[in-house]
Write a protein that binds this ligand. Structure first.
Ligand code: FAD
Length: 453
Protein backbone atom coordinates (compact mmCIF):
# COMPACT_ATOMS: atom_id res chain seq x y z
CA UNK A 1 0.00 0.00 0.00
CA UNK A 2 1.32 3.44 -0.88
CA UNK A 3 0.88 6.44 1.37
CA UNK A 4 -1.68 7.85 -1.09
CA UNK A 5 -3.69 4.62 -0.90
CA UNK A 6 -3.52 4.77 2.90
CA UNK A 7 -4.69 8.38 2.86
CA UNK A 8 -7.66 7.42 0.68
CA UNK A 9 -8.71 4.64 3.05
CA UNK A 10 -8.46 6.61 6.28
CA UNK A 11 -11.55 8.39 7.68
CA UNK A 12 -9.34 10.21 10.23
CA UNK A 13 -6.27 12.31 9.38
CA UNK A 14 -2.82 11.48 8.09
CA UNK A 15 -0.14 13.94 9.18
CA UNK A 16 3.37 14.09 7.74
CA UNK A 17 6.50 16.16 8.49
CA UNK A 18 6.21 19.62 6.97
CA UNK A 19 2.46 19.94 7.54
CA UNK A 20 1.46 22.80 9.87
CA UNK A 21 -0.18 20.43 12.40
CA UNK A 22 2.83 18.06 12.52
CA UNK A 23 4.48 19.49 15.65
CA UNK A 24 1.23 19.40 17.63
CA UNK A 25 0.43 15.93 16.39
CA UNK A 26 3.80 14.43 17.35
CA UNK A 27 3.83 15.88 20.89
CA UNK A 28 3.31 13.47 23.82
CA UNK A 29 2.67 14.11 27.52
CA UNK A 30 6.26 13.41 28.62
CA UNK A 31 8.39 16.13 26.97
CA UNK A 32 11.52 14.03 27.54
CA UNK A 33 10.52 12.14 24.38
CA UNK A 34 10.78 14.60 21.51
CA UNK A 35 10.55 12.28 18.51
CA UNK A 36 9.93 12.77 14.80
CA UNK A 37 7.76 10.06 13.27
CA UNK A 38 7.59 9.81 9.49
CA UNK A 39 3.81 9.48 9.60
CA UNK A 40 1.06 10.09 12.16
CA UNK A 41 -2.33 8.52 11.56
CA UNK A 42 -5.08 10.02 13.69
CA UNK A 43 -7.53 7.16 13.42
CA UNK A 44 -11.28 7.67 13.55
CA UNK A 45 -12.48 4.07 13.21
CA UNK A 46 -11.40 0.47 13.72
CA UNK A 47 -11.04 0.25 9.94
CA UNK A 48 -8.46 3.08 10.08
CA UNK A 49 -6.57 1.05 12.68
CA UNK A 50 -6.63 -2.06 10.47
CA UNK A 51 -5.32 -0.12 7.47
CA UNK A 52 -2.54 1.55 9.48
CA UNK A 53 -1.39 -1.71 11.05
CA UNK A 54 -1.21 -3.23 7.56
CA UNK A 55 0.75 -0.26 6.21
CA UNK A 56 3.36 -0.32 8.99
CA UNK A 57 3.69 -4.11 8.83
CA UNK A 58 4.12 -4.31 5.06
CA UNK A 59 6.70 -1.52 5.06
CA UNK A 60 8.45 -2.93 8.13
CA UNK A 61 8.19 0.44 9.86
CA UNK A 62 8.31 0.92 13.63
CA UNK A 63 4.73 1.31 14.91
CA UNK A 64 3.90 3.32 18.03
CA UNK A 65 0.34 3.01 19.38
CA UNK A 66 -1.07 5.96 21.30
CA UNK A 67 -4.18 6.25 23.46
CA UNK A 68 -3.95 9.02 26.09
CA UNK A 69 -0.22 9.63 25.30
CA UNK A 70 0.83 9.35 28.98
CA UNK A 71 3.50 6.67 28.50
CA UNK A 72 6.32 7.62 30.84
CA UNK A 73 8.71 5.52 28.77
CA UNK A 74 7.79 7.38 25.56
CA UNK A 75 6.46 4.27 23.84
CA UNK A 76 3.61 6.10 22.15
CA UNK A 77 5.91 7.96 19.80
CA UNK A 78 8.93 7.05 17.68
CA UNK A 79 11.52 8.36 15.26
CA UNK A 80 11.12 7.54 11.55
CA UNK A 81 8.14 5.27 12.00
CA UNK A 82 4.35 5.34 12.17
CA UNK A 83 2.40 6.74 15.13
CA UNK A 84 -1.11 5.32 15.31
CA UNK A 85 -2.90 7.95 17.39
CA UNK A 86 -6.26 6.78 18.74
CA UNK A 87 -6.90 10.03 20.60
CA UNK A 88 -9.86 10.99 18.41
CA UNK A 89 -11.72 7.73 19.14
CA UNK A 90 -13.58 8.94 22.20
CA UNK A 91 -16.95 7.18 22.17
CA UNK A 92 -18.38 5.92 25.48
CA UNK A 93 -21.65 4.05 25.98
CA UNK A 94 -23.02 3.15 29.39
CA UNK A 95 -25.52 0.36 29.98
CA UNK A 96 -26.83 1.25 33.46
CA UNK A 97 -29.00 -1.89 33.71
CA UNK A 98 -26.08 -4.25 33.20
CA UNK A 99 -23.63 -1.88 34.90
CA UNK A 100 -21.27 -1.94 31.95
CA UNK A 101 -19.54 0.65 29.79
CA UNK A 102 -17.99 0.36 26.37
CA UNK A 103 -15.26 2.89 25.62
CA UNK A 104 -13.01 3.63 22.66
CA UNK A 105 -9.23 3.83 23.16
CA UNK A 106 -8.87 7.61 22.98
CA UNK A 107 -11.01 8.11 26.08
CA UNK A 108 -9.32 9.63 29.14
CA UNK A 109 -10.25 8.80 32.73
CA UNK A 110 -11.75 12.26 33.09
CA UNK A 111 -14.19 11.62 30.22
CA UNK A 112 -14.91 8.10 31.39
CA UNK A 113 -15.60 9.06 35.02
CA UNK A 114 -17.84 11.99 34.08
CA UNK A 115 -19.91 9.81 31.78
CA UNK A 116 -20.39 6.87 34.13
CA UNK A 117 -20.96 9.22 37.09
CA UNK A 118 -24.13 10.45 35.40
CA UNK A 119 -25.50 6.99 36.24
CA UNK A 120 -23.98 6.80 39.73
CA UNK A 121 -21.45 4.25 38.46
CA UNK A 122 -17.66 4.00 38.25
CA UNK A 123 -14.77 1.61 37.92
CA UNK A 124 -11.13 1.73 39.02
CA UNK A 125 -9.14 4.23 36.94
CA UNK A 126 -6.11 6.51 37.14
CA UNK A 127 -5.77 9.28 39.70
CA UNK A 128 -5.04 12.00 37.11
CA UNK A 129 -7.96 12.70 34.79
CA UNK A 130 -5.90 13.27 31.63
CA UNK A 131 -4.42 9.74 31.62
CA UNK A 132 -5.79 7.45 28.91
CA UNK A 133 -7.90 4.41 29.69
CA UNK A 134 -6.05 2.32 27.09
CA UNK A 135 -2.45 2.10 28.28
CA UNK A 136 -3.49 2.14 31.94
CA UNK A 137 -5.95 -0.75 31.56
CA UNK A 138 -3.56 -2.88 29.52
CA UNK A 139 -0.78 -2.56 32.10
CA UNK A 140 -3.06 -3.39 35.07
CA UNK A 141 -4.51 -0.16 36.41
CA UNK A 142 -4.29 1.12 39.98
CA UNK A 143 -6.45 3.85 41.44
CA UNK A 144 -8.78 5.05 44.17
CA UNK A 145 -11.25 2.17 43.84
CA UNK A 146 -8.72 -0.68 43.57
CA UNK A 147 -9.25 -2.07 47.09
CA UNK A 148 -13.02 -2.14 46.58
CA UNK A 149 -13.35 -3.00 42.87
CA UNK A 150 -9.99 -4.55 41.90
CA UNK A 151 -7.46 -3.34 39.35
CA UNK A 152 -8.80 -1.75 36.17
CA UNK A 153 -7.91 -4.87 34.19
CA UNK A 154 -9.98 -6.96 36.63
CA UNK A 155 -13.00 -4.97 35.47
CA UNK A 156 -12.41 -5.59 31.78
CA UNK A 157 -15.18 -7.79 30.40
CA UNK A 158 -14.05 -7.93 26.79
CA UNK A 159 -12.00 -6.06 24.19
CA UNK A 160 -11.99 -5.72 20.41
CA UNK A 161 -8.46 -6.01 19.08
CA UNK A 162 -6.81 -5.42 15.71
CA UNK A 163 -4.09 -8.05 15.37
CA UNK A 164 -0.77 -7.83 13.53
CA UNK A 165 -2.29 -9.57 10.49
CA UNK A 166 -4.85 -6.74 10.25
CA UNK A 167 -7.85 -8.79 11.40
CA UNK A 168 -10.25 -7.59 14.11
CA UNK A 169 -11.17 -10.04 16.88
CA UNK A 170 -13.10 -9.88 20.13
CA UNK A 171 -11.64 -11.43 23.23
CA UNK A 172 -13.22 -12.25 26.56
CA UNK A 173 -13.33 -15.16 29.01
CA UNK A 174 -15.07 -17.21 26.33
CA UNK A 175 -13.71 -15.83 23.02
CA UNK A 176 -9.94 -15.95 22.42
CA UNK A 177 -9.43 -16.37 26.19
CA UNK A 178 -5.63 -16.61 25.87
CA UNK A 179 -5.50 -13.16 24.26
CA UNK A 180 -7.91 -11.78 26.88
CA UNK A 181 -5.71 -13.17 29.66
CA UNK A 182 -2.59 -11.60 28.15
CA UNK A 183 -4.18 -8.18 27.59
CA UNK A 184 -4.93 -7.80 31.31
CA UNK A 185 -1.45 -6.72 32.39
CA UNK A 186 0.61 -7.58 29.31
CA UNK A 187 0.41 -4.05 27.87
CA UNK A 188 0.23 -3.24 24.19
CA UNK A 189 2.18 -6.33 23.10
CA UNK A 190 -0.61 -8.24 21.37
CA UNK A 191 -2.54 -5.89 19.13
CA UNK A 192 -4.41 -2.58 19.06
CA UNK A 193 -7.52 -2.44 21.21
CA UNK A 194 -10.31 -0.50 19.49
CA UNK A 195 -12.97 -1.00 22.17
CA UNK A 196 -12.90 -1.82 25.89
CA UNK A 197 -15.94 -3.14 27.78
CA UNK A 198 -15.82 -2.55 31.56
CA UNK A 199 -17.76 -3.67 34.61
CA UNK A 200 -19.09 -0.73 36.65
CA UNK A 201 -19.89 -0.37 40.35
CA UNK A 202 -22.29 1.80 42.31
CA UNK A 203 -20.02 4.70 43.34
CA UNK A 204 -21.40 8.26 43.36
CA UNK A 205 -20.08 10.67 46.00
CA UNK A 206 -17.05 9.87 48.12
CA UNK A 207 -15.05 11.42 50.95
CA UNK A 208 -11.76 12.37 49.32
CA UNK A 209 -8.62 14.47 49.34
CA UNK A 210 -5.16 14.71 50.90
CA UNK A 211 -4.11 14.94 54.56
CA UNK A 212 -0.57 16.24 55.11
CA UNK A 213 1.87 15.23 57.86
CA UNK A 214 5.61 15.90 58.31
CA UNK A 215 7.86 13.46 56.43
CA UNK A 216 8.62 10.83 59.05
CA UNK A 217 9.10 7.04 59.06
CA UNK A 218 6.59 6.87 61.94
CA UNK A 219 3.90 8.44 59.76
CA UNK A 220 4.62 5.81 57.11
CA UNK A 221 4.23 3.12 59.78
CA UNK A 222 1.00 4.78 60.92
CA UNK A 223 -0.21 4.55 57.31
CA UNK A 224 0.65 0.83 57.15
CA UNK A 225 -1.28 0.26 60.40
CA UNK A 226 -4.24 2.16 58.99
CA UNK A 227 -4.28 -0.01 55.86
CA UNK A 228 -3.81 -3.26 57.80
CA UNK A 229 -7.44 -3.35 58.95
CA UNK A 230 -9.05 -0.86 56.58
CA UNK A 231 -12.36 -1.87 54.94
CA UNK A 232 -12.17 -2.30 51.16
CA UNK A 233 -14.09 0.95 50.65
CA UNK A 234 -11.20 2.87 52.18
CA UNK A 235 -8.41 3.44 49.68
CA UNK A 236 -5.49 5.55 50.81
CA UNK A 237 -2.49 6.25 48.59
CA UNK A 238 0.58 7.44 50.48
CA UNK A 239 2.49 10.27 48.83
CA UNK A 240 5.96 11.40 49.85
CA UNK A 241 5.89 14.93 48.49
CA UNK A 242 6.95 18.53 48.91
CA UNK A 243 4.25 20.58 50.64
CA UNK A 244 2.28 22.34 47.88
CA UNK A 245 1.43 26.05 48.08
CA UNK A 246 -2.28 25.50 48.78
CA UNK A 247 -4.47 27.51 51.15
CA UNK A 248 -5.25 24.63 53.52
CA UNK A 249 -1.55 24.01 54.25
CA UNK A 250 0.19 26.62 56.46
CA UNK A 251 2.91 28.49 54.58
CA UNK A 252 5.70 27.15 56.81
CA UNK A 253 5.15 23.74 55.13
CA UNK A 254 5.28 24.92 51.53
CA UNK A 255 8.15 23.26 49.72
CA UNK A 256 9.08 21.06 52.70
CA UNK A 257 9.16 17.23 52.51
CA UNK A 258 5.92 15.75 53.77
CA UNK A 259 3.76 12.64 53.84
CA UNK A 260 0.35 12.99 52.19
CA UNK A 261 -2.43 10.44 52.67
CA UNK A 262 -4.62 10.71 49.60
CA UNK A 263 -7.93 9.28 50.67
CA UNK A 264 -10.96 7.96 48.84
CA UNK A 265 -13.67 6.61 51.17
CA UNK A 266 -16.49 5.20 49.08
CA UNK A 267 -18.37 3.71 52.05
CA UNK A 268 -21.39 5.18 53.86
CA UNK A 269 -21.39 8.91 54.56
CA UNK A 270 -22.42 8.15 58.15
CA UNK A 271 -18.92 6.73 58.73
CA UNK A 272 -17.05 9.79 57.45
CA UNK A 273 -16.30 10.97 60.98
CA UNK A 274 -14.65 7.67 61.85
CA UNK A 275 -12.45 7.92 58.75
CA UNK A 276 -11.40 11.45 59.79
CA UNK A 277 -10.49 10.12 63.24
CA UNK A 278 -8.44 7.28 61.77
CA UNK A 279 -6.51 9.71 59.59
CA UNK A 280 -5.89 11.99 62.56
CA UNK A 281 -4.44 9.03 64.48
CA UNK A 282 -1.75 8.40 61.83
CA UNK A 283 0.41 11.36 62.95
CA UNK A 284 0.46 15.13 63.54
CA UNK A 285 -1.76 16.64 60.83
CA UNK A 286 -0.23 19.76 59.23
CA UNK A 287 -3.07 20.45 56.80
CA UNK A 288 -6.04 18.70 55.27
CA UNK A 289 -8.51 18.98 52.40
CA UNK A 290 -10.97 16.16 52.94
CA UNK A 291 -14.46 16.70 51.61
CA UNK A 292 -17.49 14.88 50.23
CA UNK A 293 -17.22 15.20 46.45
CA UNK A 294 -18.41 13.45 43.30
CA UNK A 295 -16.11 10.51 42.55
CA UNK A 296 -14.73 12.07 39.31
CA UNK A 297 -13.43 15.08 41.28
CA UNK A 298 -10.99 13.10 43.43
CA UNK A 299 -9.31 12.10 40.16
CA UNK A 300 -8.70 15.71 39.17
CA UNK A 301 -7.01 16.98 42.34
CA UNK A 302 -3.50 16.61 40.86
CA UNK A 303 -4.29 17.64 37.28
CA UNK A 304 -3.07 21.19 37.77
CA UNK A 305 0.22 20.04 39.29
CA UNK A 306 0.89 17.70 36.36
CA UNK A 307 0.07 19.41 33.04
CA UNK A 308 1.32 17.98 29.76
CA UNK A 309 4.79 19.11 28.71
CA UNK A 310 6.81 18.35 31.85
CA UNK A 311 9.70 15.88 31.78
CA UNK A 312 9.35 12.56 33.64
CA UNK A 313 11.69 9.71 34.48
CA UNK A 314 9.95 7.22 36.77
CA UNK A 315 10.63 3.79 38.20
CA UNK A 316 8.42 1.36 40.04
CA UNK A 317 8.75 -1.53 42.45
CA UNK A 318 6.49 -3.86 44.40
CA UNK A 319 6.80 -4.61 48.11
CA UNK A 320 5.21 -7.53 49.93
CA UNK A 321 6.05 -5.91 53.25
CA UNK A 322 7.50 -2.46 53.82
CA UNK A 323 10.28 -3.26 56.28
CA UNK A 324 12.00 -0.66 58.45
CA UNK A 325 14.93 -0.62 56.00
CA UNK A 326 12.65 -0.14 52.99
CA UNK A 327 10.74 2.68 54.70
CA UNK A 328 14.00 4.37 55.69
CA UNK A 329 15.30 4.16 52.13
CA UNK A 330 12.13 5.71 50.64
CA UNK A 331 12.00 8.39 53.33
CA UNK A 332 15.65 9.35 52.87
CA UNK A 333 15.13 9.90 49.12
CA UNK A 334 11.85 11.74 49.76
CA UNK A 335 13.87 14.16 51.88
CA UNK A 336 15.72 15.15 48.68
CA UNK A 337 12.84 15.42 46.17
CA UNK A 338 14.18 17.69 43.41
CA UNK A 339 10.94 19.48 42.39
CA UNK A 340 7.41 20.17 43.63
CA UNK A 341 6.00 17.82 40.94
CA UNK A 342 8.24 14.93 42.00
CA UNK A 343 6.59 12.42 44.33
CA UNK A 344 6.80 8.89 45.61
CA UNK A 345 3.36 7.28 45.46
CA UNK A 346 2.55 4.11 47.39
CA UNK A 347 -0.56 2.36 45.99
CA UNK A 348 -2.06 -0.41 48.15
CA UNK A 349 -2.55 -3.73 46.34
CA UNK A 350 -4.99 -5.71 48.44
CA UNK A 351 -8.72 -6.07 49.02
CA UNK A 352 -10.42 -6.91 45.72
CA UNK A 353 -7.09 -6.86 43.84
CA UNK A 354 -5.94 -9.77 46.01
CA UNK A 355 -9.09 -11.77 45.38
CA UNK A 356 -8.00 -12.35 41.76
CA UNK A 357 -5.56 -15.26 41.46
CA UNK A 358 -1.92 -14.70 40.63
CA UNK A 359 -2.26 -16.51 37.29
CA UNK A 360 -5.81 -15.42 36.43
CA UNK A 361 -4.56 -12.38 34.54
CA UNK A 362 -1.15 -11.41 33.17
CA UNK A 363 -0.70 -8.84 35.96
CA UNK A 364 1.79 -10.77 38.04
CA UNK A 365 2.10 -9.18 41.49
CA UNK A 366 -1.12 -10.18 43.26
CA UNK A 367 0.98 -11.21 46.26
CA UNK A 368 2.40 -7.69 46.63
CA UNK A 369 0.92 -5.38 49.25
CA UNK A 370 2.16 -2.12 47.75
CA UNK A 371 3.11 -0.82 44.32
CA UNK A 372 5.42 2.17 44.54
CA UNK A 373 5.99 4.76 41.80
CA UNK A 374 8.96 7.06 42.24
CA UNK A 375 11.25 9.16 40.11
CA UNK A 376 11.62 12.76 39.03
CA UNK A 377 9.35 15.20 37.20
CA UNK A 378 10.84 18.54 36.08
CA UNK A 379 10.59 21.16 33.36
CA UNK A 380 14.04 22.38 32.24
CA UNK A 381 15.94 20.18 29.73
CA UNK A 382 19.17 21.40 31.34
CA UNK A 383 18.18 19.39 34.44
CA UNK A 384 17.69 16.10 32.57
CA UNK A 385 20.95 14.44 33.62
CA UNK A 386 20.70 15.41 37.28
CA UNK A 387 17.07 14.24 37.59
CA UNK A 388 17.64 10.98 35.76
CA UNK A 389 20.71 10.29 37.92
CA UNK A 390 18.70 11.05 41.09
CA UNK A 391 15.93 8.66 40.03
CA UNK A 392 18.42 5.90 39.20
CA UNK A 393 20.19 6.30 42.54
CA UNK A 394 16.81 6.10 44.30
CA UNK A 395 16.01 2.94 42.33
CA UNK A 396 19.36 1.39 43.32
CA UNK A 397 18.68 2.19 46.96
CA UNK A 398 15.20 0.64 47.20
CA UNK A 399 15.20 -2.15 44.64
CA UNK A 400 16.86 -4.66 46.99
CA UNK A 401 13.85 -4.33 49.33
CA UNK A 402 11.36 -4.96 46.53
CA UNK A 403 10.05 -8.16 44.97
CA UNK A 404 12.13 -8.04 41.76
CA UNK A 405 10.15 -6.50 38.96
CA UNK A 406 8.06 -3.38 38.70
CA UNK A 407 4.71 -2.20 37.36
CA UNK A 408 5.13 -1.78 33.60
CA UNK A 409 3.14 1.47 33.60
CA UNK A 410 5.49 3.17 36.05
CA UNK A 411 8.64 2.12 34.15
CA UNK A 412 10.99 4.08 31.94
CA UNK A 413 12.37 3.00 28.57
CA UNK A 414 15.58 1.55 30.01
CA UNK A 415 13.55 -0.85 32.18
CA UNK A 416 13.13 -3.33 29.31
CA UNK A 417 15.95 -5.30 30.95
CA UNK A 418 13.55 -6.36 33.70
CA UNK A 419 10.51 -7.35 31.60
CA UNK A 420 10.77 -11.01 32.63
CA UNK A 421 10.87 -9.96 36.27
CA UNK A 422 7.76 -7.83 35.72
CA UNK A 423 5.84 -10.95 34.71
CA UNK A 424 7.55 -13.70 36.74
CA UNK A 425 6.00 -17.17 36.10
CA UNK A 426 3.48 -15.62 33.70
CA UNK A 427 6.25 -14.59 31.31
CA UNK A 428 6.48 -17.89 29.46
CA UNK A 429 2.74 -18.06 28.79
CA UNK A 430 2.80 -14.42 27.68
CA UNK A 431 5.63 -15.15 25.24
CA UNK A 432 3.57 -18.04 23.84
CA UNK A 433 0.52 -15.81 23.34
CA UNK A 434 2.82 -13.27 21.70
CA UNK A 435 4.13 -15.96 19.35
CA UNK A 436 0.57 -16.87 18.38
CA UNK A 437 -0.77 -13.33 17.80
CA UNK A 438 2.33 -11.29 16.86
CA UNK A 439 5.13 -13.66 15.83
CA UNK A 440 7.09 -10.95 13.98
CA UNK A 441 6.90 -8.60 17.00
CA UNK A 442 5.23 -5.75 15.12
CA UNK A 443 3.98 -4.38 18.47
CA UNK A 444 7.38 -3.92 20.07
CA UNK A 445 7.33 -0.30 21.26
CA UNK A 446 6.30 -1.27 24.78
CA UNK A 447 7.78 -3.19 27.73
CA UNK A 448 8.41 -5.85 25.13
CA UNK A 449 7.58 -9.52 25.48
CA UNK A 450 9.45 -11.32 22.73
CA UNK A 451 7.68 -14.15 20.88
CA UNK A 452 8.42 -17.65 22.21
CA UNK A 453 10.69 -19.15 19.61
P1 FAD B 1 -0.18 5.99 25.85
O1 FAD B 1 1.13 6.66 25.92
O2 FAD B 1 -1.15 6.43 24.82
O3 FAD B 1 0.00 4.44 25.71
C1 FAD B 1 0.96 3.75 26.44
C2 FAD B 1 1.23 2.43 25.79
O4 FAD B 1 0.07 1.61 25.91
C3 FAD B 1 1.49 2.52 24.30
O5 FAD B 1 2.83 2.78 24.04
C4 FAD B 1 1.04 1.17 23.81
O6 FAD B 1 2.08 0.23 24.01
C5 FAD B 1 -0.11 0.86 24.72
N1 FAD B 1 -1.39 1.24 24.15
C6 FAD B 1 -2.04 2.43 24.26
N2 FAD B 1 -3.21 2.35 23.64
C7 FAD B 1 -3.34 1.11 23.15
C8 FAD B 1 -4.35 0.40 22.46
N3 FAD B 1 -5.51 0.94 22.16
N4 FAD B 1 -4.13 -0.89 22.12
C9 FAD B 1 -2.96 -1.49 22.43
N5 FAD B 1 -1.96 -0.88 23.09
C10 FAD B 1 -2.16 0.40 23.46
N6 FAD B 1 -1.08 4.24 36.22
C11 FAD B 1 -1.95 3.67 37.09
O7 FAD B 1 -2.11 2.45 37.08
N7 FAD B 1 -2.64 4.41 37.99
C12 FAD B 1 -2.54 5.75 38.04
O8 FAD B 1 -3.20 6.39 38.85
C13 FAD B 1 -1.65 6.39 37.14
N8 FAD B 1 -1.50 7.73 37.17
C14 FAD B 1 -0.69 8.34 36.22
C15 FAD B 1 -0.61 9.72 36.21
C16 FAD B 1 0.20 10.37 35.26
C17 FAD B 1 0.29 11.87 35.27
C18 FAD B 1 0.92 9.59 34.32
C19 FAD B 1 1.80 10.25 33.32
C20 FAD B 1 0.84 8.22 34.34
C21 FAD B 1 0.03 7.57 35.30
N9 FAD B 1 -0.07 6.18 35.34
C22 FAD B 1 -0.94 5.58 36.23
C23 FAD B 1 0.68 5.36 34.40
C24 FAD B 1 -0.22 5.04 33.19
O9 FAD B 1 -0.94 3.87 33.48
C25 FAD B 1 0.62 4.82 31.93
O10 FAD B 1 1.33 5.98 31.63
C26 FAD B 1 -0.26 4.40 30.74
O11 FAD B 1 0.55 3.91 29.72
C27 FAD B 1 -1.07 5.55 30.23
O12 FAD B 1 -1.95 5.16 29.22
P2 FAD B 1 -2.21 6.12 27.97
O13 FAD B 1 -3.20 5.47 27.10
O14 FAD B 1 -2.46 7.50 28.45
O15 FAD B 1 -0.77 6.13 27.34
Amino acid sequence: MTIEELREQIRGRVVEPGQPQYDDARRVYNALHDRRPSLIVQAATAADVMATVGYARDRELPLAVRGGAHSIAGFSTCDDGVVLDLGAMTGIQVDPERREARAEPGVTWGDFNQTTHAFGLATTGGIVSTTGIAGLTLGGGMGHLARRCGLTCDNLISADVVLADGSLVTCSDTENPDLFWALRGGGGNFGVVTSFKYRLHAVADILGGPTFYPLDADVVRGYLDLMADAPDELNVILGLVLGPPVPFLPEEWHGRPMCALITCWSGPEGEDEQIRKRLAAVGPVAGQFLERMPYPVVNTLFDELLPAGLRHYWKGCFHDTLTKEAIDAHVSYAATLPTIQTATLVFPIDGASHRVGRHETAFSYRDASYSVAFGATWSDPADDDANIAWSRAYDDAVRRFGMGGGYVNFSSDDDHVQVQANYRENYRALAQVKQQYDPANLFRLNQNITPWA
